[in-house]
Design a binder for this molecule. Structure first.
Ligand SMILES: [Zn+2]
Length: 446
């Protein structure tokens, strides 16, 4: 027997459009959306629905669950950095109902089918959201790529600069060509950490005399925009030789690289680009000394760069927004001595992204429909989950978020020092209700 649950309200965002009146009828047993009506229903319209399963959200927003396509859960191997249990709970707390896990920082990395199976068995029984997996491209693992596609990875990630962990080495142009030969006739996507250090800027800056390692500016000087520009120039040149393969730039920070992206898109190449909440909300000049919490690679840059990224998001050059949630243990973050140069690079915003982005979007007069497009519709498409995730539509998974756009909260330092900066004065999400797939035991969309 089908048990129905009904959500009805006046501000329902079905996908990339404006909020509208709608009633969403869910099959609780299957976790699927049965029907979407363009009216606010009343109880007598659907007498078979029990009172407990009738949810009128009124003027609050009803949104599709967020698909965060860039998350590092580090289990197995570095579960003390973040594992499936804690990471997926953080995700669910902020309206993320699907996350796609990056192939590195767990041990082993997701570079073979056997390693993917280790990841899956580590996840089993621990997940509060749906979880899918990216595979990894590293030197000499080309023979594993097709089997990983068949085993369900959503695509692949590679690095053009050292990744920060020994078990996930970066690739050369030669390695890339071998990988692209393998993947070229698949529908998969190859994602790039796009920094290329041809001039060895990072090591030169780190060794520079007199540079204070606790200053954010020292770190910023070691990762100039040119690293991203050089990487994307290489990717664009390769793309012309593999024009049918979907390529994707993860966590774009450098606005100087936007002309290259625009040129590739104008040439019709299937290139997509993501940026992150922190690049759209923070500015380098506001980072206090001795605060490695703000370190990530590529770095948060200045306010003018942030505004250029906003422009690129609004004009479609940048496709979507993700967290790049990448935690580590406190000792590696060097919170004790504030050494930004030695600290682990990674920012943790899983579960805070909607509030951060909404705060910044609203300030710029951008509506919730655009935000849902960037966080749900396009991230689902990027991860090959369109048709199932990212929209409120009949036949889709019943991943729903009820959200109060006017509520405010302050994220406390005890929860996350960085987020105290990001969340101050934020209009914040209130994931009052989630239903359908977002519950314990659903770890597999991959
Ligand atoms: Zn990442």
């Amino acid at each position: 027997m089908t048990i129905k649950r009904v959500f009805t309200g006046r501000n329902v965002v079905l996908g990339d459009g404006q909020p509208q009146t709608a009633t969403v009828i869910v099959d609780v047993t299957e976790g699927k959306i049965l029907d979407v009506l363009n009216t606010v229903s009343v109880r007598s319209d659907l007498p078979e629905v029990r009172d407990d399963d009738w949810i009128d959200v009124g003027d609050k927003y009803l949104l599709p669950g967020i698909v965060d396509a860039h998350v590092h859960l580090n289990e197995p191997g570095r579960t003390d950095w973040e594992g499936f249990w804690t990471g997926t709970r953080a995700a669910a707390s902020g309206g993320v109902t699907t996350l796609v896990d990056m192939p590195l920082n767990s041990i082993p990395p997701t570079t073979t089918v056997a390693n993917l199976e280790e990841k899956r068995s580590a996840a089993r029984g621990q997940c509060w959201t749906d979880v899918a997996f990216w595979g990894g491209v590293i030197p000499k693992n080309q023979a594993h790529l097709r089997p990983l596609v068949d085993a369900g990875v959503r695509g692949f990630k590679c690095f053009l600069i050292e990744s920060g962990v020994d078990e996930f080495p970066c690739v050369t142009e030669h390695d890339l060509r071998l990988a692209m030969d393998e993947l070229t006739n698949t529908s998969t996507v190859l994602c790039f950490h796009a920094e290329l250090d041809t001039a060895r800027t990072t090591s030169a800056a780190a060794a520079a005399d007199g540079a204070d390692p606790t200053l954010y500016s020292t770190f910023l000087a070691s990762r100039p925009q040119q690293l991203e520009v050089d990487a994307i120039a290489l990717i664009a040149a390769l793309h012309k030789q593999y024009p049918s393969l979907r390529l994707h730039i993860v966590h774009l920070s450098a606005s100087a690289a936007l002309p290259l992206v625009r040129a590739a898109k104008a040439a019709g190449l299937p290139l997509t680009v993501e940026t992150c909440f922190h690049y759209l909300a923070l500015a380098a000049q506001h980072v206090p000394p001795g605060r490695p919490e703000f370190k990530c690679c590529p770095p948060v840059r200045d306010a003018a760069n942030r505004e250029a990224l906003w422009g690129a998001l609004l004009d479609g050059t940048v496709d979507c927004v993700v967290s790049d949630h990448s935690p580590c243990v406190a000792a590696l973050k060097r919170l004790d001595d504030g050494d930004v140069m030695q600290a682990w690079g990674g920012i943790s915003t899983l579960g805070l992204g909607l509030s951060v982005l909404w705060t910044e979007a609203r300030r710029r007069g951008v509506g919730i429909g655009r935000v849902v497009d960037w966080l749900c519709v396009r991230t689902a498409r990027h991860a090959g989950l369109e048709g199932r995730k990212g929209k409120i539509q009949a036949g889709y998974d019943a991943d729903l978020v009820v959200w109060d756009p006017d509520a405010e909260t302050q994220v406390r330092g005890s929860e996350d020092v960085l987020c105290a900066q990001l969340g101050r004065g934020a209009s914040v999400l209130m994931p009052l209700l989630m239903c359908g797939r977002g519950r314990v035991g659903h770890e597999g969309v991959a």
